[in-house]
Design a protein around this ligand. Structure first.
Ligand code: UFG
Length: 327
């Protein structure tokens, strides 16, 4: 049985979708603090609870014969992490500490962990390789880095093998249009641009005075379906005896905020109004991944390298679910 922690969240639910379609046995754990129960197929066993609750977690490990863990459960808002740092240490670091204690106790030795490009902070050079300096500029990135360290030491002492996947900007939705990105409040660019196109929300561009060709920030957008495919390859890598390591996950190409708005206008076929306001605190000008290692070691080849194709899948989801999973 495969345990997906945070399986009712945006990325976790796409992982569950992939595993279920392959006929794998999956159990989902989610506190539903930010996840949505309807994103999980009804036939998948679901346990609502919090990682920090050791008794709950042990019960899950005792009830299901867990062999491997995908760990998506975390607080993940950069801004909130700066204003509420202790919440992030508690949920992300203490939560994962309880998980590793439980895995050690039950001798479950394989984990694929959701890390982030935020571990790098302001990059020294782009594209960013895994070996670059890690200097997070917010508590979110710092807590993910703390967990990476914890995994390293727990691995050495207790034989728990891990792959940490440092995500760049995840976007898009399942091709079925049944599941997709739903956050409340939504802070990410592509869903916010789409919501503006739908007339649901006003769009703000945070700064047009960055040292980039059009003055807006450049990011590396990766499709959620490609992202979860990489998770599966990472787990196979561990099962085949691969040693603990980290991989960047991105497409290796950058798009500015303005280019994303232009591309979305082309996809939805209408002009999207926006207002330019001040920079958002902590936004680096350019974040682009060097994901060569994941391609070479895992044999991972992303399918959605065209940003319009990424936006198209997000648009389909938002059209059929203008209010996400809420009716
Ligand atoms: N942006 C806007 N308007 C919006 C939303 C975003 O202009 O309404 C801009 C941001 O200022 C930024 C870019 O669009 O320049 C992308 O912003 P997102 O919030 O979509 O994504 P981030 O790059 O801030 O964050 C992502 C992940 C984080 C991760 C980070 C790594 O969501 O979890 O990359 O740096 F930590």
């Amino acid at each position: 049985m495969i345990l997906v922690l945070g399986g009712a969240g945006y990325i976790g639910s796409h992982m569950v979708d992939r595993l279920v379609k392959q006929g794998k046995s999956v159990v989902v754990v989610d506190s539903l603090a930010t996840g949505f129960r309807p994103s999980i197929p009804p036939q998948v066993p679901f346990e609502q609870g919090d990682l920090r609750d050791a008794a709950f977690l042990n019960r899950v490990f005792e009830t299901y014969a867990i062999q491997a863990v995908y760990h998506f459960a975390a607080s993940s808002l950069v801004g909130e992490s700066v204003s509420h740092p202790l919440k992030y240490y508690d949920n992300n670091v203490v939560g994962t500490l309880r998980l590793l204690e439980c895995m050690h106790h039950h001798q479950v030795n394989h984990i694929v962990f959701s890390s982030t490009a935020a571990v790098y902070g302001e990059p020294e050079t782009v594209p960013i390789t895994e070996s670059q300096r890690k200097a997070p500029t917010n508590t979110y990135g710092q807590t993910k880095l703390a967990v990476e360290d914890m995994l390293k030491w727990a691995g050495l002492a207790h034989g728990i093998k891990s792959v940490c996947l440092r995500y760049f900007n995840v976007a898009g939705a399942a091709i079925s249009g049944q599941i997709g990105e739903a956050h409340n409040p939504e802070t990410h660019l592509i869903p916010n641009v789409i919501k503006a196109a739908q007339g649901l929300k006003a769009l703000t561009v945070f700064g047009n005075d960055y040292p980039t060709p059009d003055g807006t920030c450049i990011r590396d957008y990766i499709h959620v379906v490609d992202l979860v495919a990489a998770h599966e390859k990472a787990m196979q890598y561990l099962e085949q005896g691969g040693k603990s390591t980290v991989f960047n996950l991105g497409n290796g190409g950058g798009f500015s905020v303005k280019q994303i708005i232009d591309a979305t206008e082309a996809v939805v076929g209408r002009a999207i109004p926006y207002e330019i306001k001040a920079r958002r605190a902590g936004d680096p000008a350019v974040l682009v991944a060097d994901a060569t290692k994941a391609r070479e070691v895992l044999g991972w080849v992303p399918q959605y390298t065209d940003v319009n194709a990424i936006i198209e899948t997000a648009w389909r989801w938002h059209q059929s679910h203008p209010h996400g999973y809420e009716v």
